[in-house]
Structure formats: C-alpha cells, structure tokens
Ligand binder design. Structure first.
Ligand SMILES: Cc1cc2nc3c(=O)[nH]c(=O)nc-3n(C[C@H](O)[C@H](O)[C@H](O)COP(=O)(O)OP(=O)(O)OC[C@H]3O[C@@H](n4cnc5c(N)ncnc54)[C@H](O)[C@@H]3O)c2cc1C
Ligand code: FES
Length: 257
C-alpha cells in the first residue's frame, strides 16, 4: 500500500453523471492488479476528511498511467470534477485483493452494472491476453449511461441491458444471464442487489462466480471496521470480513446475503 501524489493528466465528463480521470501515478501503476482499488481525495485538504474508494479502470505500468471512471453522487465525487490538468491529488493504493483467474479457465462471463463496470475492464484485458474466451453483459439505466462498451468489445463479445430499452435488451442484466453456456467463471461488479442475483443465478446453473462488493469505506485498509460483510466459511460458520482488506472480490459461495 502506497500513499502517492498523482498528477492529473485529464478529467472530463464522458456520460451524464460519469467522469473519466486520467492520472500519472507510476508507483501505484507498477503494483496494481485488476480488481484492486484506491482511496482518493479530490483536494489537498481535509475536506472531505474521508477519502473515497475508486476502482482502477486502466493500469499501465510502463507509462505510469492509471484511469478512474467515476459516477458523480455526493460531496466527494462532486469535488473530483473540479480537478484540472497538472493538479495533484493524494492516492492510497493499491488496496484490497484482485480477481482470481484460475488455470483451467477457458470461457468467462463478465457482468457489470452502473459504476461497477469500470473495475471489470482490466480483468477483461487480462483474460483476453490469457486466451480466455470472454462474454460481457453490461447493464445501465439507458444507452447514455453505458460506459467503456467500445473498450470491452476489444476483448470479447458484448451485449447490453438497459432499463429503458434504449440499447440491447430492455430490463436488467441479470434477466439475460446465459445459464445454458458452460462458463468456467462469472465475474461481476455492480449494485449489491445485482451481485446477490448473480450469485443465485450462478449457483442455480452450477457455475462458479466472483463478485466485487461495494460498501461505504472509512479507512480503506482494514482498521476502522466500517465495511463489514458476512461470509460463510467452509465449515458453515458465518464470520465477518472487511470488504476493503479481505475483499472487495469474494467467491459467490462465500458471501452470506
Ligand atoms: C472497492 C470500491 C470500488 C469502487 N469503485 C468505483 C468506481 O470505479 N467508480 C465509481 O463511480 N464509484 C466507485 N465506488 C463507489 C464510490 O466509492 C462511491 O460512489 C463514492 O464513495 C461516493 O462518494 P461521494 O462523496 O460522492 O458520496 P457521499 O454520499 O457524499 O459519500 C459516500 C460515502 O462516503 C463516506 N462518508 C462520507 N461522509 C462520511 C462521514 N462523515 N462519516 C463516515 N463516512 C462518510 C460514507 O461511506 C458515505 O456514504 C467504489 C466503491 C468501492 C467500495
Ligand atoms: S474501510 Fe476501514 S476497515 Fe474497511
């Protein structure tokens, strides 16, 4: 875990409520793995006091470039939109665990919803380079909110589900879960309800899955206990885990809803 002062290379709005932040952060870029996240502060100040967790959307260790795609929700993310080229921001990272790619994985399904889509892009890239066949289902409220769709298309087949039907299937991404295909792994990130549905669907179709969970975080590195979830151990016992330190990626069979 590093505390790095990153330089803003670009910060622009790409969709309604979605912004893309390009950063020069060579130390974090050299260590980060797909699925890990960072704690980010918008300004060189104590306001807001708590950094905000953000997944990493592009990791380029050679150039030191990393990219975040963020949904503007509250105070912290609104302040991020004020960042301009050459400003500096504090990053704490890389944090948490990463997506696991098992040796015998030949075909994988990636399911992303809302702002959870961003952290799945480096995974799609890694799977592609490891010659795993990748299918992607992206869910959003409408066509305008589908982020990274073109980039995912470079790594596999992509289909969409939008609530208003403006792109692809009209409805939820989980409505079109392809249970008839023998995937070796399903990887998912999105709203908690979507993650719960992905776990149930994967179980129903006897496919293993990994989900990245999002929770409000205080510290981001395991000390404040502000991000607890319930996990079922192999012996059936339910224990508490920290999403920031023990996650954010969990196997579907572990998470106790
Ligand atoms: C691992 C992980 C990866 C994520 N990746 C992404 C991503 O790639 N893109 C994206 O758009 N979003 C991502 N998120 C979600 C993102 O972190 C939230 O949307 C963001 O924190 C919202 O911050 P805000 O200040 O805009 O909203 P707010 O609602 O103002 O604050 C959000 C949260 O900050 C904390 N907080 C604020 N004030 C206090 C306080 N006084 N005391 C305690 N807690 C406080 C709370 O947890 C609060 O609910 C991720 C979340 C996690 C956990
Ligand atoms: S955010 Fe502090 S323990 Fe997870």
């Amino acid at each position: 875990m590093l505390l790095e002062k990153a330089v803003v290379l670009s910060n622009k709005q790409i969709r309604p409520d979605y912004w893309q932040l390009g950063l020069y952060a060579p130390q974090i870029a050299a260590q980060a793995q797909p699925g890990q996240f960072m704690m980010v502060t918008a300004a060189d100040s104590f306001d807001p006091f708590l950094k905000r967790p953000m997944g990493i959307n592009i990791i380029d260790p050679k150039s030191g470039f990393i990219r975040i795609i963020y949904l503007v929700l509250g105070r912290g993310t609104k302040l991020l939109t004020n960042l301009r080229e050459n400003m500096e921001i504090d990053l704490l990272g890389p944090l948490g665990n990463c997506w696991k790619i098992e040796k015998d994985c030949r075909r994988a399904l990636i399911m992303g919803g809302g702002s959870g889509v961003a952290t799945l892009l480096p995974l799609a890239r890694e799977l592609f380079y490891r010659r795993v066949q990748v299918d992607v289902i992206l869910g959003a409220r409408s066509k305008d909110y589908l982020s990274c769709a073109d980039e995912f298309a470079g790594y596999g087949s992509v289909i969409y589900a939008t609530i208003d039907g403006s792109a692809g299937y009209k409805g939820l991404a989980t409505d079109i879960f392809p249970g008839d295909i023998r995937y070796d792994m399903v990887y998912a990130c999105g709203p908690m309800k979507m993650m719960e549905n992905v776990v149930h669907l994967s179980r129903e179709h006897h496919i293993r899955c990994q989900v990245s969970l999002e929770e409000n975080m205080g510290c981001g590195y395991g000390v404040c206990m502000g991000c607890i979830c319930s996990v079922r151990q192999a012996d059936g016992q339910i224990v508490y885990k920290r999403i920031c330190k023990d996650g954010p990626v969990f196997y579907g069979e572990e998470v106790f809803w």
